[in-house]
Design a protein around this ligand. Structure first.
Ligand code: SAM
Length: 311
């Protein structure tokens, strides 16, 4: 259909994720760097604006900025102010600089935010974030500032690791109290760095406790409702259902369209700020989309259906 990106598996692209910089002020022990191996330079504001316009013209509805750390991007509020009105604009951040930036970003047109926070214990948080600038108090202040600035919903991104498994109930209570959505993310450890986490056990427990479970359109992610708390579970590993329902394209911090987080052999170089040409390039990248975890790459013995869906 013209004006839309539908791939040969029938998957429609409704979301775009743009990395604004490869730079980050933290050094999280598990970071996948959005699948960027060796980024070369930083995408220009002009190119980001053209890509956003081209995506909107192709019926993309939501745009998420990521990084590196997107709050390190110079002139971020000015860039957000140039985004097409019809797009839902969000970003994912480690939250360290959010206290200062939440209000100007909201005033510029940012709609919502995901804050990555893997522990509520200062020492654990510092260790997971690489022992450097990981100051938990700053992130907590950032979350409060985001709420005060009217960004909504606010999601708390937690990668499930053995370091934080014992804190999941505390995280649920924290999110319930603050009115945040908890997003539990399965660790992608394709480099086998020896980091681990058992999201399976946690999801089984959630499934047993939840009064309601809902399925989201994107990736068929499950959302569990527990006594006023909302917990979304993101499980991409070996998950054919997740890939079969992927609605995303990505743009790397050095200006390439990336059809899949887990692949770097099918990128499309942008190399222009001409909106019409970029529409063609987005279509080309869309044509290169294919489910990463299809039957060829599916590992054995993994069940992805944990709980029945009760709408
Ligand atoms: N610096 C920003 C932040 O902290 O949100 C944006 C970049 S970060 C790569 C984006 C998201 O990817 C974060 O929520 C992070 O927890 C998640 N992430 C990074 N590496 C991951 C991995 N190996 N497995 C699962 N999620 C990961």
């Amino acid at each position: 259909m013209p004006g839309m990106m539908v791939d040969s598996f029938g998957r429609v692209v409704t979301g775009l994720r743009i990395a604004l910089t490869p730079r980050c002020n933290l050094n999280c022990i598990y970071c996948h760097h959005e699948g960027e191996a060796k980024p070369n330079g930083e995408i220009s504001d002009e190119m980001v604006v053209s890509v956003a316009r081209a995506a909107a013209a192709l019926s993309v509805r939501s745009l998420k900025f990521t990084g590196g750390e997107p709050l390190l991007r110079h002139g971020l509020a000015g860039l957000i102010a140039q985004m097409p009105q019809e797009l839902d604009i969000s970003l994912t951040t480690n939250g360290i600089f959010l206290a200062e930036q939440a209000r100007p970003l909201a005033e510029a047109g940012l709609d919502r935010v995901n804050v990555s926070l893997d522990s509520l214990r200062p020492e654990v948080y510092r260790a997971i974030t690489g022992g450097g600038e990981g100051d938990l108090e700053k992130v907590l202040a950032g979350i409060d500032a985001a709420k005060a600035a009217g960004l909504a919903p606010i999601k708390l991104n937690v990668v499930v690791l053995k370091e934080n498994e014992a804190e999941i109930d505390d995280m649920i209570d924290f999110c319930r109290e603050k009115g945040l959505i908890l997003q539990l993310i399965e660790l992608l450890d394709l480099c086998h760095r020896g980091i681990s986490g058992d999201i399976d056990a946690i999801e089984r427990r959630l499934a047993g406790q939840a009064e309601r479970v809902r399925m989201r359109e994107m990736h068929r992610r499950k959302k569990y409702f527990l006594d006023g708390a909302e917990v979304e579970v993101v499980r991409p590993m070996d998950n054919t259902e997740f890939c079969a329902n992927c609605t995303r394209l990505r743009v790397t911090s050095d200006g390439k369209i990336k059809p899949c987080l887990l692949r770097s052999d099918n990128l499309v170089e942008i190399g222009t700020c001409d909106c019409e040409k970029i529409m063609g390039l987005l279509q080309e990248a869309n044509a290169r989309r294919e489910p990463y975890f299809g039957k060829d790459r599916l590992h054995e013995g993994r069940s992805t259906i944990i709980a029945p869906i009760i709408k």
